[in-house]
Design a protein around this ligand. Structure first.
Ligand code: CAA
Length: 247
């Protein structure tokens, strides 16, 4: 079997990097998408990957921009071939209670976290249908399920991702393509470290497992869902949250 090509949006972030490495170890050819502002740290990022014996290609593009995604995917697929595995892991926070939430904070979170899922999935779905194989995994959040003080924007976008998952899963279920959601809880990462320490401590105490998760906890789940053998799992939401929210 030829080596399948996997694309990970947000692939240069903490969760994204762990996901890229897990997919590499699974035998995939992996491309990480990062934001253009990541450029200065890409050499160090690649060095760390090489030390971890992971060969990951990267490409910088604003995934919130449909035209930019279209151009990037055209170039990448001419170079490497058809992308059959897509992990939508690009995400940002702009936390503020609603009365303080500015329109630009609403738009930025919706554009990066949710528009990007449409952009990349819409641009890749025809290729997956042509090949009769595809795996799409959307990285949502526990806060898309339970809500979170200060995250009307983020919770709405993350809940929207799973709505997208369930609808697209139905459209492509007969064509060898699965679409699933992974909903991380609080994972030890720069995003969590932005939360004020006192709030962060309270959140940690409320997690039944008594600790934050690791990026590898999410990566392993993505590897499971994108495996060849996972073809009957579709439209599902897998919670990986240390018991913080059960449903
Ligand atoms: N629940 C209930 N009340 C709360 C509260 C909470 N969680 N947090 C603050 N409040 C109360 C305060 O006690 C205060 O009450 P009084 O007015 O009676 O004194 C009031 O709300 C303050 O409201 P403000 O709008 O002024 O809030 P703020 O500006 O001080 O802080 C915030 C708002 C920045 C959102 C802050 O609460 C915060 O950082 N919260 C954490 C948000 C969070 O968990 N983000 C997750 C980031 S990681 C992630 O998103 C990854 C993932 O997928 C899990």
């Amino acid at each position: 079997m030829t080596r399948r090509i996997a694309l990970v949006s947000g692939g240069t972030g903490a969760l994204g990097t762990a996901i890229c490495r897990a997919l590499h170890h699974q035998g995939r050819a992996v491309i990480a998408l990062g934001h253009p502002t990541d450029a200065p740290r890409m050499d160090a990022w690649q060095q760390a990957n090489l030390q971890a014996e992971c060969e990951i290609r990267h490409h910088l593009v604003d995934v919130a921009n449909y035209e930019a995604c279209s151009d990037a995917l055209r170039v990448l697929q001419v170079d490497v071939g058809p992308i059959e595995i897509l992990v939508n892991a690009a995400g940002i926070t702009r936390d503020a209670s609603l009365r303080k939430l500015r329109p630009e904070d609403w738009r930025a979170v919706m554009a990066t976290n949710l528009d990007s899922v449409y952009n990349l999935s819409q641009l890749l779905i025809d290729g997956m249908l042509d090949n009769g194989f595809g795996r799409i995994v959307n990285i949502s959040s526990v806060n898309g399920r339970k809500g979170q003080f200060g995250q009307t924007n983020y919770s709405a976008a993350k809940a929207g991702m799973h709505g997208f998952t369930m609808a697209l899963a139905q459209e492509v279920a007969r064509k060898g393509i699965t679409v699933n959601t992974v909903s991380p809880g609080y994972i030890d990462s720069p995003m969590i470290r932005q939360v004020p320490e006192a709030i962060r401590d309270r959140i940690r105490e409320s997690i039944p497992a008594g600790r934050f998760g690791q990026p590898e906890d999410i990566a392993r789940t993505v590897a499971f869902l994108t495996a060849e053998e996972a073809g009957y799992v579709t439209g599902a939401e897998l919670a990986v949250n240390g018991g913080l929210h059960m449903h």
